[in-house]
Design a protein around this ligand. Structure first.
Ligand SMILES: Cc1cc2nc3c(=O)[nH]c(=O)nc-3n(C[C@H](O)[C@H](O)[C@H](O)COP(=O)(O)O)c2cc1C
Length: 289
């Protein structure tokens, strides 16, 4: 799969034709994911597709920005056993499914929600596993090329009236603002990234989608480690930021996997004080390089 091109040419699609997504495509996504790397391989994570239009009706007010559910012919639900870094793992695996779907010509958009139990109750789902992700899938309705605008400001509220029609992917912050060298706040600079053969990996990590396009990530290069920090005081309680973290880990790791070596993210043992990380950011983990 040409991951780089799929990332470069990707964006969220929110208006879908009614055309169903063929069963064979669902099977190909499922089998691709079952043979792919996971962030936390020990966690049992199930991918379940729902074609039922009742999903859209029943999740109105319960899922989507401000409760505006996205109408799609197909939804991919991610159910996981609970465990350390389960949400990051769902972000990592779910976004790989997004890339595989794109490879097969299928458009998509992550759909946020507040409570796994509430969604399960609305749909009458009995599984004991926790719902950790919803992704809308389908074929874009031509002429409905929508991208969330004005969503970069933290705390900005998104409603349908704020979704303007623009032809391109939502904006991303500059690389200089998100990659630090040794300590928080010291920009790594493009030359250093090129010298260390990391420019590509960070350029792709920067393109990761995030809830409300908040782009909550910062990276610190510390010798042989790249540390991922996420903006959130209460990281453990935050669903969206942890999905965002998992997606950024996938994008960074994918580039290392195809250009350098098998990437691996680790989670424990780093102290934020050692790197001057401010109180509103949390160290999620690090990738050895
Ligand atoms: C965890 C997560 C949840 C999201 N939830 C929603 C949602 O409920 N509704 C929506 O319209 N877009 C949602 N999005 C899509 C983001 O708004 C979108 O990825 C971001 O604005 C960047 O735009 P792009 O994907 O087109 O590059 C979500 C994205 C992520 C990663």
């Amino acid at each position: 799969m040409d991951y780089k091109n799929l990332i470069i040419n990707g964006r969220s699609v929110r208006d879908f034709k009614e055309t169903p997504v063929e069963k064979s495509i669902q099977e190909q996504i499922e089998s691709y994911i079952s043979g792919s790397k996971k962030l936390v391989p020990a966690l049992d994570l199930d991918l379940v597709f729902y074609e039922n239009s009742l999903v859209y009706e029943r999740l109105q007010g319960v899922a989507g920005y401000k409760g505006f559910m996205i109408k799609a012919p197909l939804y991919l639900f991610l159910f996981s056993e609970e465990g350390d870094h389960d949400i990051e793992n769902a972000g990592y695996v779910g976004e790989r499914a997004v890339l595989k779907a794109r490879d097969l010509g299928v458009d998509s958009c992550w759909v946020t929600f507040k409570s796994s139990d509430e969604v399960k109750a609305k749909l009458g789902l009995q599984t004991k596993k926790k719902l950790l992700g919803i992704i809308a899938l389908g074929y874009e309705e031509a002429g409905h090329d929508k991208t969330v605008q004005g969503a970069t400001k933290i705390g900005d509220s998104i409603s349908r009236s704020k979704i303007d029609i623009v032809p391109e992917k939502s904006e991303r912050v500059d690389l200089e603002e998100i990659v630090y060298l040794d300590k928080w706040g010291i920009p790594a600079g493009i030359d250093v990234l090129e010298e260390r053969a990391l420019f590509d990996a960070f350029s792709f990590a920067r393109m990761a989608p995030s809830a409300l396009n908040k782009q909550p990530w910062k990276f610190i290069i510390d010798g042989g480690r790249v540390i991922l920090c996420i903006n959130n005081e209460d990281y453990s309680g935050s669903y969206e930021n942890r999905i965002d973290a998992g997606i950024a880990m996938l994008y960074f790791g994918i580039v290392l996997d195809i250009t350098m070596f098998d990437s691996k993210w680790s989670f424990d043992g780093l102290n934020k004080e050692d790197y001057g990380v401010p109180s509103d950011y949390t160290i999620v983990g690090y990738c050895s390089i």
